[in-house]
Design a protein around this ligand. Structure first.
Ligand code: ADP
Ligand code: MG
Length: 701
């Protein structure tokens, strides 16, 4: 079939007049036959077959099973109870679960009598369970009439009110398949189909709309999810490879005296395996003559600074300059001080340039940069000013990427004959699968290991009712010489209310921790910057023991003696925020604590967030949970990213398929970069088509 068939406007399908066409366009974005074909069902009602428990698949489809209840029990949960029945057939065991209506169910369910149950199966903790099943005694069931397995399509109120019911959509789909006569072109190569045992395109499309069985449906879903993810990865990886082939960078061939001297004589500690691996990855990039474009991820405290320095030393060894840009003045100063100390015994020059650099100093830096006397420059956006001209910038390191626009980055490298190598560092852990999709065209390095000897921050969840106990604990810690943060939420929409909470909290803390024995600092967004600084200073110097603050505590505050973090109304914070806040303690040698205070009213998500914080300190694990709770769009402000407008796959649930798709996309492009082998013809065709009709896809989503 030629592709024109699929691009036929939807009004030409039998059964679709101008009115229906309009509704389909407005409500579901269906403009063409292709769009209709790609309207995949949300779920399926399968009353054609009876499944054995051992045959169940993770398709999310609704199934019916014949079996008996052997046992019912009530399970206490944090809030309320759940009723759990053990349900068995001759092949296995599963659970039926009810969250409501326990009394009625308990009184009416019959033990050891055959039932037909119907509903959606969840795969949870290695077993299937069915919440709130429809149930019928087998005896009664055998007398009733049932309809066939039915796809349930996405719909809107307007559609169903206008008579475009699920049955109508179903009928249109049948018409489309009738006209297409199974002539949908294969879009994957033979080797891929064979290696992965994928259903051919025709069969996959047929079974996604008209499943013949649960197992064919599962295979159809797998094939289509794979295909969707495969083409996204193919695009991203191709972009990366093209970049490498086209954009030349300076090849830093040698690892010279500076790097070696530092490595052999001045390394202040043994590098972690993760640091070694990442440095190796960067060295390989710098040694090739393609421009490096690498993202370095590592949680706070994972030791990115030394990796940055050693990368810069390679540039210096090859006769080039290097720079490091940070989003704020405070962070720039911190980097500068850290690097200065590390470079103490090295024969290099390093300067800092920010908005507050004095004019005379600024002039001096400009000159030394241009004549090559200055090796390394650290600073803020000030580095991007026109007057800043490097003699030969070979490596640019950018800290915390989302705060710098891409345009600014490109400005930096336009100062040069060739673009410098670029290393972007971020302390925001991004789940691997999300990184693959959003940054799939960058190379990614991950420091997934903290330096040895870090103590875990003991984290607990306490209800407001236990506040006095918490205060007692805080008093004990203060008497040992420790300092304490107490953080209040500040959310834009309810600023006035939050401000009142903060002030009430402050007053009660001052009452509980009275002068002169205790000194309490307070910092919040409504204070003048100068006053804020004075209060911060007092806390940093240890003159106050408690810092009451909203979340606006300055980025990068580092008070090693502060070992207790109390977070008020913790249920109102997002996971990444909680993780960042907790990172403020645990910087010294002492055991540190994080106490999450909440009321008793907690949503299910809030509970999960709190449990996650208590369970783990691993930023990546926390980011994974955050992704599951909030979805990819919310998590990264990636709503606009077309990469995440998926039709059938779900980058959270289908992360395994994503990994496989990525590795196969790599393999295909490695073996045949221009997709010109005969076996890859279907891939090439699809790839070109996707690029061609991209505007249509954009329009739809
Ligand atoms: P990041 O920038 O990733 O948040 P830093 O580079 O500031 O982390 O490192 C955090 C702290 O850990 C610093 O005090 C640093 O000296 C120390 N550090 C880094 N790597 C190691 C290591 N391999 N062994 C011991 N300490 C380390
Ligand atoms: Mg850092």
């Amino acid at each position: 079939m030629n592709t024109n068939f699929l691009q036929t406007p939807i009004e030409y399908l039998k059964g679709v007049g101008p009115n229906r066409a309009n509704l389909l366009k407005m409500e579901l974005g269906i403009h063409t036959f292709q769009d209709l074909l790609n309207l995949f069902p949300n779920r399926y009602l399968d009353r054609t077959q009876y499944y054995k428990i051992a045959q169940l698949q993770q398709t999310n489809a609704e199934v019916q099973i014949i079996g008996k209840i052997t046992h019912i029990k009530t399970v206490q949960q944090q809030r309320g109870k759940r009723l759990v029945a053990t349900f068995v057939d001759e092949t296995g065991t599963m659970e039926l679960v009810w969250f409501r209506g326990h009394k009625w169910i308990k009184e009416n369910l019959k033990i050891n009598v055959p039932y037909v149950i119907f509903g959606k199966c969840n795969w949870f903790n290695g077993a299937f369970s069915m919440p709130h099943p429809e149930m019928e005694l087998l005896e009664a069931h055998e007398k009733s009439i049932r309809s066939a397995m039915q796809p349930v399509y996405p719909s809107t109120e307007k559609l169903s009110n206008s008579g475009i019911t699920n049955r109508v959509v179903n009928g249109l789909m049948q018409q489309l398949f009738l006209e297409a006569k199974n002539g949908f072109a294969e879009s994957l190569s033979k080797p891929l189909l064979e290696q992965l045992k994928l259903l051919p395109k025709n069969e996959a499309l047929f079974n996604i709309h008209f499943p013949k069985s649960q197992s064919l449906l599962a295979r159809a879903q797998y094939r289509l999810k794979f295909e969707e993810l495969f083409y996204i990865q193919l695009q991203l990886i191709r972009k990366n490879l093209l970049h490498k082939a086209k954009i030349k960078g300076y090849p830093f061939e040698k690892v010279g005296p500076l790097f070696n001297t530092f490595y052999n004589e001045h390394l202040p500690f043994e590098l972690t395996d993760a640091q070694k691996r990442v440095i190796k990855e960067i060295r390989n990039d710098l040694g090739s003559n393609a421009q490096m474009n690498r993202l370095l991820q590592g949680d706070v405290g994972s030791g990115k600074t030394i990796v940055a320095l050693m990368s810069m030393l390679i540039a210096l060894d090859n006769g080039f300059q290097a720079c490091l840009m940070a989003p704020t003045e405070i962070l720039s100063v911190q980097h500068y001080n850290g690097l200065l100390e590390l470079c103490n015994n090295l024969n290099t020059s390093i300067e800092i340039l920010t908005g507050s650099t004095k004019t005379s100093k600024r002039k001096e830096i400009h000159e030394k940069l241009e004549n090559g006397a200055l090796d390394m420059l650290i600073g803020t956006h000030a580095l991007l000013e026109d007057k800043v001209k490097f003699k030969n910038l070979g490596l640019a390191i950018i800290d915390e990427q989302h705060r710098f626009g891409v345009a600014q980055r490109s400005k930096l490298w336009h100062k040069n004959e060739y673009p410098p190598h670029v290393l972007v560092m971020t302390a925001t852990p991004i789940p691997r699968t999300l990184a693959m999709s959003v940054y799939g065209d960058l190379d990614i390095s991950v420091i997934d290991e903290l330096p040895p000897g870090r103590k875990d921050i003991k984290t607990v969840h306490r209800f407001d009712a236990n506040r006095l106990k918490v205060f007692r604990f805080v008093r004990d810690e203060i008497s040992k010489g420790r300092q304490v943060y107490m953080v209040y939420p500040l959310i834009q929409e309810s600023e006035a209310l939050d401000y009142k909470d903060l002030m009430d909290g402050y007053e009660s803390i001052v009452r509980e921790f009275p002068l002169p024995k205790y000194q309490v600092s307070i910092v919040h967004g409504k204070m003048k910057p100068a006053d804020k600084e004075i209060e911060m200073e007092r806390f940093v110097k240890g003159q106050t023991q408690i810092m009451v603050a909203t979340t606006v505590i300055e980025v990068g505050v580092d008070v090693p003696n502060a070992s207790v973090m109390v977070i008020e109304s913790a249920e109102r914070f997002g996971l990444s925020q909680l993780h960042q806040l907790r990172g403020r303690v645990g910087r010294g040698a002492e055991q540190s604590y994080c106490i999450l205070m909440t009321s008793h009213k907690l949503s299910a998500d809030a509970k999960t967030r709190l449990e996650t914080m208590v369970r783990t300190g691993d930023g990546f694990e926390i980011a994974e949970v955050d992704l599951r709770l909030r979805g990819p769009g919310d998590l990264m402000g990636t709503q606009q990213s077309g990469v995440l407008n998926l039709r059938i796959a779900d980058i959270v649930k289908d992360s395994e398929i994503l990994k496989i798709a990525r590795s196969y996309a790599f393999q295909v492009l490695k073996g045949d970069p221009s997709l010109s082998l005969p076996e890859n013809l279907p891939i090439k065709k699809t790839f070109v088509q996707l690029a061609k009709y991209k505007n249509i896809w954009n329009y739809i989503s």
